[in-house]
Design a protein around this ligand. Sequence first.
Ligand code: FE2
Length: 254
Amino acid sequence: MVILLFSCQTTPVTQSQTTTTATPTATPTTAQTPANFPRVASVNSEATLPAQLPPLPYAFGALEKAIDAQTMQLHHDRHHAAYVNNLNEAIKQSPDLQNRSVESLLRDLNSVPENIRNTVRNNGGGHLNHTIFWQIMSPNGGGQPTGEIAQEINQTFGSFDGFRKQFNSAGGDRFGSGWVWLVRNPQGQLQIVSTPNQDSPIMDGNYPIMGNDVWEHAYYLRYQNRRAEYLDNWWNVVNWAEVNRRAQASQQRS
Ligand SMILES: [Fe+2]
């Protein structure tokens, strides 16, 4: 049973099941195209292929305020590593795909051969999502939001508390495995969305600013079935400096 709980396997999905849970109030702008989409894996670069497991930017036990060391080790060294290996294995027979970024594959899954499309979707998404996840947490994180994102959160969601409640609620409502995100949508608005399995927000044209992993492998050792407690504690490690960098990058669409 334990093996099942921590499995990386996903249920194939045939279409995006992103759930929108908050209606932003900002004024819409012109929809964006992938050609002018900002870089996603980090604000400096996209996730190149063959994929590589990025080193964790802190010790396994550094996020104890929210996540225990063993979970971090398994999550990074086993789960994320498996997504990287599975993705590389899938594209081994398609050299033309290896010159592209993970982001470009996920934005245009129809360009990926059908026999590996779901594998690329699940494992490419898993690689990209986790790459972002490690960066937007920090041992020195937590507290109130800082910088421009603090102001934009207040404008869009009324207050940080209101935002946090909506975000946690979306994460709690995700049935099974998936993610909860703060994104900038194609209209330029902040929005809370949830994606199933390892689907990336970029598959819907949304830029992921910050996201929390609500797969059981992210919290089960310490929290067991108490996902709500994990969601609450997770705010103690949010890296607001990096969230601000990503929020700023998300606006750099030409
Ligand atoms: Fe995960």
